[in-house]
Design a protein around this ligand. Structure first.
Ligand SMILES: C[S@@+](CC[C@H](N)C(=O)[O-])C[C@H]1O[C@@H](n2cnc3c(N)ncnc32)[C@H](O)[C@@H]1O
Length: 442
């Protein structure tokens, strides 16, 4: 679906195209509750922008959403009456450029004013925006110094993380989350060689890290399918699955296929299932590009029956990367901060419980079940598996040990699961929040 507001966009003010798209994107995340990528790509103008400008639009919008608590505190003294949502989005994105992106203040101010003058409806607010953004240019850094990254968290997340990990850890997570995420790459082979070719750094577990995301498709080896983008955290579940050569592996909730590719590259015979056809198209594209293979099936994991093993138990390894609140990923997906609520976590927990029970049916006796989520909520991790073990006495936790985690042994919980916080590996640029539990079927 494209946005009718943008039917004939670019020609009038192409200079401010990226900023326009960013402001509309922020508005649509907050008002229509759209994920940021969708809020941007829905706009016809976004698709017409040069790659570099698309990147700039995304950077402005992501920074605004990630830093909104701090930005609003800086803006507050200068805004007398709540402005309409698009005007507010222009002010917030303008402030984000001045405060965090190093945009020359006069450029951010004049662009904000120009965006509002584009339409008669918003032109009246141009004078106010000029005054507000000028003040942000003059006094913003002083006001910003009185704010903290913790101010960007909605109260429920802050309370949840303080309860689960303590006040100091919650502060460290908030500090980590305001940083721009790096580009993490999983390679089919030769991580050291690819780290050199891609001018990246080699992290534990063989992930190659570049400090900036940029245009991934333009990098060496992308077209040849030698690697794919995948946060180091998301690569861990497969790395903890042991030797996969020749093993029958069921990859549940597989799209867009990061783990499917890892499994296939490790020599497993992979069946990948997801219920979302559009997202599965990405799995097919990814497998094609990387010249890897898997049997890809569209199905609801809760209902899927293995045609070859009617009573289940047909797989050596089953990985369930369950749908979750994704609160661990908010460096990469800052919209999550504004889109998710405690009620979402409650309903996702019910889904996860059902999917975990369904996944367990397919594990052969002696086989391995891995449950993981990219959530920081213990209700979707530690608490979920306690319930599972009460329901499935024939599964026991197969504790993850220090030698398996290299320099990340601080992630091992007293139960023997992995709980990654975004503040880990901070000196190298952090990592997404993640939870991993590994079971053996008795
Ligand atoms: C966290 S993502 C998976 C990421 C993927 N494993 C990877 O590594 O690239 C969760 C996926 O679960 C899928 N999903 C949600 N509910 C499902 C269900 N009941 N059956 C199958 N797939 C489901 C979603 O479509 C989504 O693609």
């Amino acid at each position: 679906m494209t946005d009718r507001r943008d039917k004939k966009p670019a020609t009038k003010t192409p200079k401010n195209g990226a900023r326009y798209v960013a402001a509309r994107g922020v508005q649509d995340v907050l008002e229509k509750m759209l994920p940021l990528d969708q809020a941007l790509s829905n706009q016809a103008l976004f698709t017409q922008l040069e790659t570099r400008d698309r990147g700039f639009a995304r950077l402005i919008a992501a920074t605004t959403l990630r830093r909104m608590g701090q930005i609003d505190q800086v803006l507050a003294p200068f805004i007398k009456k709540a402005p309409p949502t698009y005007v507010l989005a222009v002010l917030r994105t303008g402030a984000a450029q001045i405060l965090f992106l190093g945009t020359p203040p006069h450029a951010a101010v004049s662009a904000g004013v120009a965006l509002l003058k584009r339409s008669q409806k918003t032109a009246r607010a141009a004078g106010m925006a000029n005054a507000v953004l000028r003040r942000v240019s003059e006094q913003g850094q002083t006001l910003l110094a009185e704010t903290r990254p913790l101010d960007n968290l909605p109260k429920w997340l802050r309370v949840s993380w303080e309860d689960a990990y303590g006040a100091q850890a919650a502060r460290a997570i908030a500090n980590a989350m305001v940083q721009d995420p790096p580009l993490d790459i999983t390679v089919k082979s030769d991580p050291q060689g690819w780290a050199e070719k891609l001018e990246g750094e080699l992290l534990p577990f063989g992930t190659v890290r570049r400090s900036k995301i940029g245009d991934v498709t333009a990098l060496a080896g992308f077209d040849d399918g030698e690697w794919w983008a995948q946060d180091i955290s998301a690569s861990l579940p497969v790395k903890l699955a042991g030797d996969l050569k020749g093993k029958k592996v069921l990859d549940l909730c597989a799209a867009p296929g990061g783990k499917t590719m890892q499994l296939a590259a490790a020599g497993a015979i992979v069946t990948a299932i997801d219920k979302n056809e559009d997202r599965l198209a990405r799995v097919h594209e990814n497998l094609k590009r990387t010249k890897l293979s898997a049997d890809v099936i569209v199905a609801d994991v809760a209902k899927w029956r293995d045609p070859e093993n009617k009573t289940g138990g047909g797989y050596d390894v089953v990985i369930l990367d369950a749908p979750c609140s994704a609160t661990g990923t908010f460096r990469r997906r800052p919209d999550v901060l504004h889109l998710k609520s405690p009620a979402d976590v409650s309903s996702l927990m019910r889904v996860q419980e059902k999917l975990l029970l369904a996944a367990s049916r397919h594990v052969r006796p002696g086989g391995t079940l891995i449950y993981c989520t990219c959530s920081l909520e213990t209700r979707e991790g530690e608490q979920q598996i306690i319930k599972f073990m009460k329901n499935r006495a024939n599964f026991r936790l197969n504790a993850i040990v220090e030698e398996e985690m290299f320099s990340l042994s601080e992630a091992i919980t007293p139960q023997g699961c992995v709980r990654v916080l975004p503040s880990f590996l901070q000196e190298n640029g952090g990592m997404d929040g993640f939870f991993i539990a590994r079971f053996t079927r008795c």
